[in-house]
Design a protein around this ligand. Structure first.
Ligand code: HEM
Length: 369
């Protein structure tokens, strides 16, 4: 069940922290200082693949969302929903998220697949509520969960695409509520209303970016609780430690291990290595978050860690738009996990981890309690 990725990162940070990978033809960046520098300098390390000659087939299309753009375009599109994702706004969804979580948790027993039946369903249901997807379309969202938990087939993606262009396009037309859909509907880009492709691209970014990641954070919290049985009681006695527990889980088992999309906009030197204009970089958040030059005793899970400046949500202009939502869902999930299971214990034989090195999390999990 355990991966040896953290050992590999330790070796790379020591021997070759900025490393040209001949297999992928791109640079791998492992140490905190360099990862942080790349994130904070988008003028040198762009998110726009056209610097590497990969021009998205259609800049207006659903595949080309603002995560692959630089400022000022990125900022203009991101700002369309920024107010909607502020902590103050997201807090208003606490009751809805709590009741969704309680309902899902009631259905969980020791034969359930905790990932499929809870960790996937919570973020999927929450985002479908935020997007105003009708109740009887929710099963579609469940179908996506297959896509989301790793069976990333082309067919799955086509289904998602078809759904978006039929149902979501209809929702954009008929929505009368004051919600994220109306916010996107009112959005402007280059002083023009967003095209339907841009609106769908927006929603797909939220759905794809926000679900698997939150699922993995929830699964990884369970992993920590299972590995350190003393933590659950401590959290029950000192609930003020919960926030630190969530942040430390994000650092220790980061749901996104690396971001594969940075492109050198000009020649530069990064930690002694010459990066040429047009070269691609993968930045290893999961390694930066275990760097002993930044974090004391980095391989120890310490929920009382001070100044936990982890990079699990990225940093700089592209820093995760949904982090307040993810943190709230994690807090509610943690409360319900602690209430439901006296002892949190993963059944290793009936549990497996995702095989994709980009993400850290579980494809399936059963609990013993
Ligand atoms: C634990 C859960 C999550 C993790 C670990 C995570 C991680 C990240 C990271 C590392 C980035 C930076 C990408 C980059 O620099 O290229 C990012 C961006 C983004 N995330 Fe999240 N995310 C999570 C949850 C969510 C949720 C719940 C949503 C929304 C519903 C969301 C929406 C976005 C969006 C829209 C961006 C693009 C921001 C931009 O380009 O300006 N994420 N996320």
């Amino acid at each position: 069940m355990e991966h040896d990725v953290f050992q590999y990162y330790r070796k790379m940070r020591k021997e070759s922290p900025v490393h040209f990978n001949n297999d992928t033809g791109s640079w791998d960046v492992f140490d905190y200082k360099s990862v942080y520098f790349v994130l904070m300098n988008p003028d040198i390390y762009s998110s726009d693949p056209s610097y590497a000659g990969n021009i998205p087939e259609n800049r207006q299309g659903p595949g080309a969302s603002f995560i692959t753009m630089d400022n000022p375009d990125h900022k203009e599109l991101r700002n369309v929903t920024t107010p909607y994702f502020l902590t103050s706004k997201i807090t208003g969804y606490r009751d809805m998220i709590e009741s969704t979580s309680k309902r899902l948790m009631e259905g969980i027993n020791k034969n359930s697949d905790f990932i499929r039946d809870y960790a996937v369903m919570l973020p999927v249901t929450v985002i479908s509520e935020l997007l105003g997807v009708p109740e009887n379309d929710r099963s579609k969202f469940k179908e996506w969960s297959d896509y989301i938990i790793g069976n990333r087939s082309d067919a799955g993606f086509q289904d998602l695409n078809r759904y978006m262009y039929s149902t979501m396009a209809e929702i954009f037309k008929t929505n009368t509520e004051d919600n994220i859909i109306s916010t996107i509907n009112k959005g402007l880009f280059h002083s023009e209303p967003l095209s339907i492709n841009q609106k769908i691209g927006y929603v797909m970014l939220l759905v794809i970016g926000g679900n698997e990641t939150t699922t993995n954070l929830i699964g990884n919290m369970v992993k920590v609780l299972s590995e350190h049985p003393e933590i659950a009681d401590k959290l029950r006695q000192e609930p003020e430690l919960k926030k630190g527990f969530i942040e430390e889980t994000l650092r220790y088992y980061s749901p996104i291990q690396f971001l594969p999309h940075r492109f050198a906009a000009r020649d530069s030197v990064l930690n002694g290595q010459e990066i040429k204009k047009g070269q691609r970089l993968s930045i290893w958040l999961g390694s930066a978050n275990r760097d002993g030059a930044k974090f004391e005793d980095p391989d120890t899970f310490n929920m009382e860690r001070q100044n936990n400046d982890h990079l699990a949500f990225g940093m700089g202009i592209h820093m995760c738009l949904g982090s307040p939502l993810a943190r709230l869902e994690a807090e509610i999930a943690l409360n319900d996990i602690l209430n439901k299971f006296k002892h949190v214990k993963i059944n290793a034989e009936k549990t497996s981890m995702l095989k994709n090195p980009m993400v850290y999390g579980f494809s399936t999990m059963q609990l013993d309690d």
